[in-house]
Design a protein around this ligand. Structure first.
Ligand SMILES: [Zn+2]
Length: 327
């Protein structure tokens, strides 16, 4: 756990409370996505269930640790989505609780972990609330709110809440330097953090992935099509991995909007200052707002409408932008 310095203080606090038997029965971990909340919870569960008790870390060799390493979770029940379902219903919760009641052994601890608490239906939350009112003996609950979704106050009031925050840029860059074998400049590492919402874990993935180059290539294409005064040159290129590309375009336009208000503002795409400057020169503030809305709408349709026609949907933002772009 020391490998993730931004998670370690929470790990230490929860384990110490468990060792001193002063822990709350329901622990809610909140964070933005990709900050390692699942790694943190799994590590805590492993230590709690480890046969060698009273240690800050799991031994990694005992029977319980071996089982968890093999993803065989005997006393750890993970409530996830059932196949072909979009939400976690009341039956999934009740089945899990019944299973615990039937198998729990005297004195041994059982852990229930809900990795995506926002997927619980209203009735599932209500039945869960009833359980938390009088929780079963020797049972510990972990609720994970990965994207800081708004949760019911009644649910939150029954938990102790820990928030995971992303590390500072300086800490993030230091972590990336330690954890990536390839050498990158500090500016590139900062850029990777910027486009990963300051998550070092995601930044590492992006740097190791083809995505890093795909993003640069997209911005080169935009630059070229502006120079040639023809945004339709992007049409064919955008079709592959379209959602990712629209996300980057929106992030770029957002930078232009920020820049149009304040020339000294901290930008996300720090490697694209020239492009941001050009787009700012050739688009009024009003038009920037119009065009970002159209791109967001396009993103929403592509993401949420099954079998939507990409060729057709992609035309609107390009036509509109071409129309208002002051070449
Ligand atoms: Zn162990």
């Amino acid at each position: 756990m020391k490998k993730y310095p931004w998670l370690y203080p929470i790990y230490q606090k929860i384990i110490n409370q468990c060792l001193n038997k002063k822990n709350h029965h329901t622990i809610l971990i909140q964070s933005q996505i990709n900050l390692g909340s699942s790694k943190l919870i799994l590590k805590i569960c492993k230590t709690i269930l480890c046969d060698i008790k009273n240690n800050l870390f799991s031994c990694n060799v005992c029977h319980s640790c071996q089982l968890i390493n093999k993803k065989n979770y005997l006393d750890l029940h993970i409530i996830t989505l059932e196949k072909k379902k979009k939400f976690i219903g009341v039956n999934t919760i009740l089945n899990c609780l019944n299973k615990i009641n039937n198998t729990s052994q005297l004195g041994s601890i059982t852990i229930i972990w809900v990795p995506k608490i926002h997927l619980l239906t209203e009735s599932a939350i209500n039945s869960f609330l009833k359980v938390l009112e009088e929780p079963p003996l020797n049972t510990l609950f972990f609720l994970e709110n990965r994207n800081n979704f708004l949760l019911k106050d009644t649910l939150k009031s029954r938990c102790i809440i820990y928030n995971i925050y992303s590390p500072s840029n300086k800490e993030g860059i230091l972590w990336l330097k330690k954890n990536i074998s390839q050498k990158y400049t500090s500016e590139n590492l900062l850029l990777a953090l910027n486009i990963s919402e300051n998550s070092p874990i995601l930044a590492k993935k992006i740097l190791k992935n083809k995505i890093w180059n795909a993003r640069k290539k997209l911005f080169k294409k935009i630059y070229k099509s502006i120079k040639l005064k023809n945004l339709f040159l992007l049409y064919k290129y955008l079709k592959k991995k379209i959602l990712k590309k629209i996300y980057w375009i929106c992030s770029l336009i957002l930078d232009v909007i920020k820049y149009s208000y304040n020339k000294n503002i901290k930008l996300t795409n720090i490697d694209q200052k020239k492009l941001i400057y050009i787009i700012n020169q050739k688009n009024s503030k009003k038009n920037l707002f119009i065009i970002i809305q159209i791109w967001i709408k396009c993103f929403f349709y592509l993401k949420n409408i099954p079998k939507v026609n990409i060729n057709f949907i992609l035309l609107e933002p390009l036509i509109q932008w071409e129309k208002i772009f002051n070449f």
